[in-house]
Write a protein that binds this ligand. Structure first.
Ligand SMILES: Nc1ncnc2c1ncn2[C@@H]1O[C@H](COP(=O)(O)OP(=O)(O)OP(=O)(O)O)[C@@H](O)[C@H]1O
Ligand SMILES: [Zn+2]
Length: 464
């Protein structure tokens, strides 16, 4: 039985979908004004893992992730680069897809862009005004009145009084409450404004998700996700608007991922403390990065540093070394207790760190069986691969993975193989000094040897 931590109730709850066997999942996507960073990678790998597991568990999942393609930062960046907004956002979206592909994040079923849903946004705002949940300022801005919603603050569990006193927005004559937020921003700039009953303008940020979820899910959502940075104000505001528009809430579970932290701050485009995915992936295998993201529980923050990536690499190396030289053999006999442990861990709010320790247990079993019982080894290898594949791991050829970090400009693969053979002959002839010299020579070229019972394998030293 799957249990998910629901931010709304702050408890782990049994997950029952609104419609049997179907899951409607919506995740807030990227504001496209720069390349994607590791923080995006973490959040979207987490939801990718969740989608994969839900599908693996037999649910039919409809996964929608929006793209914010209109916003102040987009306007200022495209202006700076002297590009038309559409051209600029189209190129950023293309780059985002490239990065996510590199990371093995499967494509959502729908990726709606905000600018394609302006009519729907206007329709919702019109209704909110009619229902007196929003008011029009004389400059043409439309503003949501949080005091019109008695439940405002419920999701992020904040008391309005403390929010108001803590708010740094000055109480001017434009907003009735300092926490009121903009639904429609008046603007006359041709390129990024649309006609509306309140004059030319463009949507505020929060309203886009209410509009898009209405279009794609008719406001009937099983899981709504995003990073924990979005809980307040974005998700609080979105929820409030949607409830006021629809008269009820049909979002059952709210899930939030922990932040990727760099230098004690959330990694973010606007702060500029980012590592772009594309740069990290030049040196780091995508599966290693994926492993790093999921080796901490999705709700906890993670701290990016080389050392943590190295640890992820070492762990994956252990799993691939276990699979090396096996022929995974389909079966329903061996490792079923591990499979059960896997389901228990995943059903416990997607506990991937626990899952990885189960993978390790299977790998240890494989290592123990190797050279003792080939069939059993291969059956356990199947179990490991089968379970890991379902979360997007262990798809690579073990040999290729172990040898991957090779930018071999000094030695060709053939030369390495020749040296290994030479060393093996020296060892067989008990010429230990000569064998050791060859090992040292390879080591100085960052090639590490591992002697298995019947052969020697090599890999590139990760740190080089
Ligand atoms: N450091 C991070 N760790 C984990 N998730 C993140 C991080 N930064 C952004 N996200 C998530 O990625 C998605 C897209 O975020 P967004 O495009 O707003 O990125 P951002 O870098 O925070 O940009 P900005 O600084 O302009 O707000 C959101 O779901 C957000 O929660
Ligand atoms: Zn959103």
């Amino acid at each position: 039985m799957l249990k998910i931590f629901n931010t709304l109730t702050s408890t782990k709850e049994i997950f029952t979908p609104i419609k049997k066997n179907r899951v409607n999942l919506y995740v807030c996507g990227v504001t496209v004004y720069d390349f994607c960073h590791i923080g995006h990678g973490r959040t979207f790998v987490v939801f990718d893992m969740i989608v994969r597991y839900l599908r693996f568990s037999g649910f039919q999942v409809k996964y929608v992730r929006n793209i914010t393609d209109i916003d102040d930062k987009i306007i200022s960046k495209s202006t700076k680069e002297k590009k038309k907004i559409n051209t600029f956002t189209a190129s950023m979206i293309k780059e985002m897809h490239k990065d996510f592909d590199l990371l093995g994040i499967s494509v959502p079923d729908e990726e709606p862009r905000v600018t394609d849903y302006i009519d729907n946004i206007i329709r919702i705002i019109t209704t909110l005004i009619k229902k007196k949940h929003a008011y029009i300022h004389k400059n043409g801005d439309v503003i949501f009145s949080i005091d019109s919603d008695p439940n405002y603050g419920t999701l992020s569990r904040q008391s309005l009084t403390s929010l108001e006193s803590g708010s740094r927005i000055p109480l001017n004559n434009m907003k009735k409450n300092p926490l009121d937020f903009i639904l429609w921003k008046s603007s006359n700039k041709e390129e990024y404004s649309w006609d509306s009953p309140w004059g030319k303008g463009r949507p505020g940020w929060h309203i886009e998700c209410s509009a898009i979820t209405n279009v794609f899910f008719n406001n009937s959502i099983d899981i709504h996700g995003g990073g924990s940075d979005l809980l307040f104000p974005h998700h609080e505001n979105e929820r409030s608007q949607s409830i006021c528009f629809n008269n009820k809430s049909m979002i059952n579970f709210w899930m939030h991922t922990g932040m990727v932290i760099l230098n004690n701050k959330k990694m973010s485009k606007s702060l500029g403390n980012v590592y772009f995915l594309r740069n990290i992936l030049k040196d780091c295998d995508a599966e290693v990065l994926r492993y790093f993201f999921l080796s901490t529980h999705y709700r906890h923050p993670i701290y990016y540093c080389e050392k943590n990536l190295d640890q992820a690499y070492t762990s994956l190396k252990y799993l691939y070394t276990a699979l090396y030289d096996t022929n995974p053999f389909f079966n329903n006999e061996e490792g079923l207790n591990f499979e059960l442990e896997f389901y228990n861990a995943m059903n416990d709010d997607f506990n991937t760190p626990a899952v990885f320790s189960i993978f390790f247990k299977i790998a240890r079993k494989i290592n123990f069986l190797k050279n003792k019982d080939i069939l059993k080894t291969n059956k356990f290898a199947f179990r490991l691969k089968y379970l890991a594949n379902n979360l997007g791991f262990l798809f690579q050829d073990p040999k290729e993975f172990l040898q991957k970090k090779t930018t071999l400009n000094l030695l060709t693969l053939k030369e390495i193989q020749l040296l290994i053979e030479k060393r093996n002959i020296a060892r067989q002839s008990k010429l230990w000094q000569e064998a050791d010299n060859i090992r040292k020579k390879l080591m100085s070229l960052d090639i590490i040897l591992e002697d298995l019972p019947d052969k020697t394998i090599w890999r590139k030293n990760k740190k080089s």
